[in-house]
Design a binder for this molecule. Structure first.
Ligand SMILES: NC(=O)C1=CN([C@@H]2O[C@H](COP(=O)(O)OP(=O)(O)OC[C@H]3O[C@@H](n4cnc5c(N)ncnc54)[C@H](O)[C@@H]3O)[C@@H](O)[C@H]2O)C=CC1
Ligand SMILES: O=C(O)CCC(=O)C(=O)O
Length: 424
């Protein structure tokens, strides 16, 4: 029997601290009551489970799984489940709070939650991942539910894991409950448009920002860090709208071509190469972190948190950063970025297309009905554009960055709901 050691908590760039700094700053700008500040600053519930799993060689390994429920003031809680060796409680707490703010920014009736399992799915067989996923779902049986808490994909998980979660929860309930999970395969109650939804929201918010900044997308160069679900769809859709993607990266390194990368070919290559860009010949290989400081118009960090920090913020040359990942910029780097006049479309707005279409999937499951792709895309584009305009106007009204404006919009909404529900 072996036990997966807790991941060390990074003391310098802690995502929970980053979230709290922005939350504090926005609460101050808003003049938030101390009472509601105290209610929102700590999560409602933090669950940690030990998950013994039989590995293919017959040994038993014990994994650690998490689910943090940040707030259910606006509705049932919503948020993805991450499989990664870096998963730890502070990270999941930050991600859960970001879900509360994100759902409020795009005005969908959910609170925020997030989950994760510390594991390396790249080194596990499909059978091992399935047993781990089922064990986690059963351990969370009292937490999950279509009216309580609804998981979805995040880093390291996708449609396959969501199908297993839906099936395991349904077995435990003795009936099929499609609405307990979103991001499912289409034939199991998934929604058209969900797979590309987060990348699509990144594209829509990038175009909205470029319009305000008078950047012509047909002349814009873009670098995208992370070439998984979010990064690859964001690249493809931005390329379709005329932008030139000059660099992409993944865990294997970064790939640069000053004449533009053919994104369809890059995705085909990745899919036929075990999910990695290693060996891609359509671009020159450069250092993984060099992608962040390339001389481009738009930078899309779409991999993980805390990649833009005080160590590299001063070297960033992009005019616009559109945060596909959650928390890619540490709070300590905000001031440097702002002083350089770089516009940042923050994560809780830029990557909200995913949870928006998850909401549409849940609505369709509850109606027992299927929407067309056009309907899904039209509604999600409208949602992201409206949220962008609202955040932009709030940033002008309060004289703050788009990030703090997005927090102001979100916190104001949750605080009002709390008061009206009679929480005091
Ligand atoms: N999948 C979704 O619908 C949503 C995801 N997000 C966020 O977007 C980010 C990416 O998520 P997904 O695309 O779903 O994950 P994914 O697992 O599909 O892809 C992650 C990508 O990042 C790369 N990567 C990991 N570490 C890296 C590093 N150090 N440097 C460069 N690349 C690295 C991986 O190789 C992979 O290409 C995460 O922060 C996630 O929380 C946010 C909203 C929704
Ligand atoms: O689709 C969802 O419900 C949540 C996606 C997610 O985890 C996120 O937006 O960070």
């Amino acid at each position: 029997m072996s036990y997966i050691e807790p991941a060390p908590i990074k003391d310098k760039e802690n995502p929970f601290e980053s979230m709290m700094k922005r939350f504090k700053q926005a609460s101050h700008s808003l003049g938030l009551d101390d009472e509601i500040y105290n209610v929102l600053k700590s999560p409602d519930k933090q669950v940690i489970v030990s998950l013994p799993v039989t590995m293919d060689d017959g040994s038993i390994r014990v994994f650690e799984g998490y689910r943090v429920i940040h707030s259910n003031i606006l509705g049932p809680t919503k948020g993805g489940v991450r499989y990664d060796m870096g998963v730890n409680l502070d990270e999941v707490k930050a991600l859960a709070a970001w879900m509360t703010w994100k759902c409020a920014v795009v005005d969908i009736p959910y609170g925020g939650a997030k989950g994760g399992i510390r594991c390396n799915p790249r080194e596990m067989s499909a059978g091992e991942i399935e047993r781990l996923t089922r064990s986690y779902t059963t351990a969370m049986n009292d937490i999950f539910g279509p009216d309580k808490d609804i998981p979805a994909p995040d880093m390291g998980t996708g449609q396959r894991e969501m199908a297993w979660m839906m099936d395991e929860y349904s077995r435990n309930q003795g009936k099929t409950v499609t609405g307990v999970v979103t991001g499912k395969p289409l034939f199991l109650g998934g929604s058209l448009g969900r797979e590309e939804a987060t990348g699509r929201g990144v594209m829509i918010s990038a175009l909205a920002a470029m319009e305000r900044m008078k950047i012509n997308p047909y002349k814009a160069t873009v670098a995208v860090q992370g070439f998984g679900n979010v990064g690859s769809f964001a690249s493809l859709l931005l390329e379709e709208r005329g932008a030139m993607i000059v660099a992409v990266s993944d865990i294997s390194g970064a790939y640069y071509n000053k004449n533009g990368i053919d994104i369809k070919k890059a995705i085909e290559y990745r899919n036929s190469n075990g999910g990695t860009m290693e060996g891609f010949e359509g671009a020159e290989k450069i250092g993984g972190s060099d992608i962040l400081t390339l001389d481009v118009d738009v930078l899309v960090p779409a991999a993980k948190e805390d990649v833009i920090t005080t160590r590299n913020a001063a070297d960033i040359k992009a005019k616009l950063i559109v945060e596909g990942a959650n928390g890619p910029t540490s709070a300590n780097a905000d001031q440097i970025i702002n002083d350089k006049g770089i516009v940042v479309v923050p994560d809780i707005l830029a990557n909200a297309g995913g949870v928006t279409v998850s909401y549409f999937e849940w609505v369709q499951n509850r109606l027992g009905y299927k929407w067309t792709r056009e309907r899904v895309n039209r509604r999600s584009d409208r949602t992201i554009r409206a949220a962008f305009s609202n955040v932009w106007a709030t940033s002008e009204e309060y004289g703050v960055s788009l990030r703090i404006a997005a927090y102001i919009v979100a916190i104001d909404k949750v605080a009002k709901a709390y008061k009206f529900r009679g929480g005091f």
